[in-house]
Design a protein around this ligand. Structure first.
Ligand code: SF4
Length: 158
């Protein structure tokens, strides 16, 4: 249906990708020169996907950037000055530890031997950077890991 840019999930090299529709589902297909082809379901209802295009609008550039353009996307992530959209949602990962032990975790959280918990000062710097980028930031989400086991977030009343 259209072409876009993506990255190889293994080596992170930017590659061309196709957005294809089959049996009313939307798939992203791409091929890395070194790691072969990949295809993933990205939307379960192609009609809904197409009709959501009416909500597309031009991106809004952030007020400041945190990194320089040096090695190219996605290696310069910061946001870098090549980025064309401000951060709609700020996410602060307060820790990497988790006590839930679910078999699948999109954040790859768990009992990392090299895990971390951020300090108040680090959190303040992150919030300041977010506000500097956004001006009036609308939403920030504290994530992890499992944020409720961070010693500065959850204090039990029992
Ligand atoms: S911040 Fe820069 S490197 Fe990261 S995704 Fe945006 S354009 Fe790519």
């Amino acid at each position: 249906m259209e072409f876009t840019k993506s990255i190889c999930p293994l080596c992170k090299t930017p590659i061309d990708a196709q957005v294809n529709i089959r049996k009313n589902k939307v798939y992203l297909r791409k091929r890395c020169r070194d790691h072969g082809g990949f295809e993933a379901l990205v939307y379960g209802d192609a009609e809904e996907y197409l009709s959501s295009a009416r909500f597309n609008k031009p991106g809004t550039i952030p007020l400041t950037f945190q990194t320089d353009v040096r090695d190219g996307c996605p290696s310069d992530c910061g946001l870098c000055p090549e980025h064309k959209q401000h951060a709609c949602l700020g996410i602060i990962e307060v820790n990497t530890g988790c006590n839930l032990d679910w078999p699948i975790c999109f954040a790859d959280s768990g009992h990392h031997s090299d895990g971390y918990s951020i300090t108040h000062e680090q959190c303040a710097r992150m919030l300041d950077a977010f506000v500097a980028c956004e001006g009036e930031a609308e939403v920030v989400m504290f994530s992890g890991g499992e944020p409720t086991i961070h010693k500065h977030i959850w204090t039990s009343s029992t």
